[in-house]
Design a protein around this ligand. Sequence first.
Ligand code: SF4
Length: 905
Amino acid sequence: MSTIKTTCPYCGTGCGVEARVTPTGVDIAGDSGHPANFGRLCVKGSALNETVVPEGRLLYPRIRDERGERDTRRASWDEAMDRVADGFARIIDAHGPDAVAFYVSGQVLTEDYYVANKLMKGYIGSANIDTNSRLCMSSAVAGHKRAFGEDVVPVSYEDLDHADLIVLVGSNTAWCHPVLFQRIVKAKQRRPQMKIVVIDPRRTATTELADLHLPLRPGTDVMLFNGLLHALHTGGHTDVNFVDHHTHGFQGALSCAAEHAGSIARVAAHCGLDPDLLESFYKLFGETRKVITCFSMGVNQASTGTDKVNSIINCHLLTGRIGAQGMGPFSLTGQPNAMGGREVGGLANMLAAHMDLENPEHRAIVQGFWNSPRIAERPGLRAVELFEAIEQGRIKAVWIMATNPVVSLPNADQIKRALERCELVVVSDVIENTDTTPFADVLLPAHAWGEKDGTVTNSERRISRQRPFVAPAGEARPDWWALCEVARRWGYGEAFAYSGAHEIFDEHARLTATANPTPGSDARGPFRYLNLGGLTGMDRAAFDALEPVRWPVPPDGAAATDPARHTPFSDGRYFHPDGRARFVATPPRAPGHMPAEDYPLILNTGRVRDQWHTMTRTGLAPRLASHTPEPFVDLHPEDAREAGIRAGELARISSRWGSLVVRARTSGEMPRGTLFVPIHWNAQFSSDARVGRLVNPVVDPVSGEPEFKHTPVRAEPFAVDWHGFVLSRQRLPMDGISWWTRMTGAQFTRYEVAGRQRIDNWPAMARRALGIRSEDTDWIEYVDSASGVYRAALVVDDRIEVCLFVSGCPDLPSRAWLSSLFQKDRIDNVDRIGLLVGEPLDRASDAGPTVCSCFGVGQTAIVDAIRNRGCDSVEALGAALKCGTNCGSCVPELRKLLSGAEVPA
Ligand code: SF4
């Protein structure tokens, strides 16, 4: 089969991917012609082939016949669609359009998003359609709209190559946007004079690159940027001409900054920073013209998120550092298609094509274009409010698409209560068993990556194609198709009669150009920078051939050649009616909840290097599981000591809303009083590690984005009687185990386990738990009752089938060597002795914890190369072992090992 060009479905970098189906699977490579990545992929993108597998797929529609019944049954698409259409119609007839909702996702394609939004706002007549993008970038959207009048990101990736100062705020770019980070690394190597400042409470892989790291107190960003605004003005860096001719609100923002952040000492004290460090940053920013301020979840996910965004934009407006090459505020989008969703209006407070729900003129344009019977007239409920309304019974039917709210929303147990209460829950997904699917009355199988056909838009406004290269699994269908089937049943078939994604894209592109006057055209109406008029009229073949393109693409094609159009705001015109940008006064506010006696620590949440969202896809890839095999809490050593928690043991973290149990680590990266728990683990992968349960449901008042970075919690030891792990070729039930976590290995599944009940007879217990039969004669066992150590392994035909290691303390043998035994067709006597002893007789055969996932290089090999092979640099390690030479995500860890520091496993 030929190579298909498509796009990575993970982060907002939007890397181009080349996929080729081979007789043994799928080959994946970076697309060297794609301007987002020029051939590079991070380890998640490189491992995409490991996720194109049938395991766990939802293959057919399923229906629950009666509410309260435990099981669903297989149904035809016809029956499932009747059930959805009838159920929604009955509730709308009885209670009105606002009694139903869609909850969609930054994972769906623009075409799915467009159809969902059109059906809800134009045909149902409600704006109750929100998305998990609310959880990641709605503060950026709100900030852009307040400042610019339209949600326009004014910076491109190419600008990063030209900046002299890049400020990374609330962004662990090295792990969350790895290919973009490597671009910054390369730019700095080419131009060492380029400076990098990282503003983040944590020390992360990203801070390794920083010339300055400002470890500010969590939630104090507004104060820091207000202080910068004041310092820039008093330092003579105000671009008076720009401010006078292109902005409004300067005096208000400046007075506010002067009042609250008028002295370095005051700002430094508030932010918990060294005043000299802060002054250095202010000076550097002031003296550098080409500045890009990149911001991401650490800014957006806060009850002050929108103010944080505007406090950053204020500094760019004051200095006029926007609208030219190498400068501007740059929102790094979390999800692959959050931007596409914004284009079509797939949020409860938007309309479509960057038009406003609350504007009657805009509503008339959209309703006229759709020729729809009605149009939503007021904003719908935003994610957190939406699920509160479901629990309160105000919303009685919800259709959830491509997202897992029981894991990802704050106060996540409330989501369970809401879905239990909801009269009709429809879930479209690619995976049959998630934490959300048990609540579904109707389950609809959706296309997965590799099957999907449509477009996504990345952080720099670049539209790229996702193209299919494998046949859909089972009866999986596109989400837009299912939505159209419901519309057809309601008598709207004509308005939803698309023969393919190309027709939906065409309609979306035409709407962006409708009543959108380009200079010199006859069109009248509200100007929007989002204009895809030049992409209309594509048939299927032209759509298939669509090259990655940044919007705008107006009908006259001018954007492709006119730099003034291609760099937003280069002409000094903004999208408020008067053409001016707005300063926004941002008085500092405290986060929604502050630490107190009961909950003295601050919980921060985020991603780890090799996982994505709730692991429904990345959890399938052995290569990705090996770097961080289990959920953890990272806390300051002193906080751990005070709480009686030891690194490597289990800890319970609790907030007012819920609790979890995870492995404790003290990496040295956390400041006092704060701890970090990753967002990925859930009930499919661990007994008790769903961090959404703990997160406070406080939201930003403007954007509605939840405060994922600041929940008061307490930490305490989770005492257990024994620790252990199991590697098994078969999946095992974990019933009755106090604590467990699961990861996918190459030809095995690994379980880390711990128990609170004392086990007196491990041989009997192990045989029972692992299903060992009397005829299984090749059963190797070692018991040391005095120290509580037990080891056992089952070998069948000289192949290891399962092994179990237990101890009274968490200090267990290396899993890396044991994992390697599962790759062998035969284990020999030396391996058998190693199984009994608990370690390989040849220590060199133990790779140790994985550091470089791209090439599977373990810590032992790296340390050996440093100590015994003269490798004294990242480059030397790369030459010797290849580690760090692909995506570069492990380079900070390589540096740590070179410096002699330990890397947390
Ligand atoms: S940086 Fe990695 S996860 Fe993000 S789009 Fe590129 S390959 Fe995918």
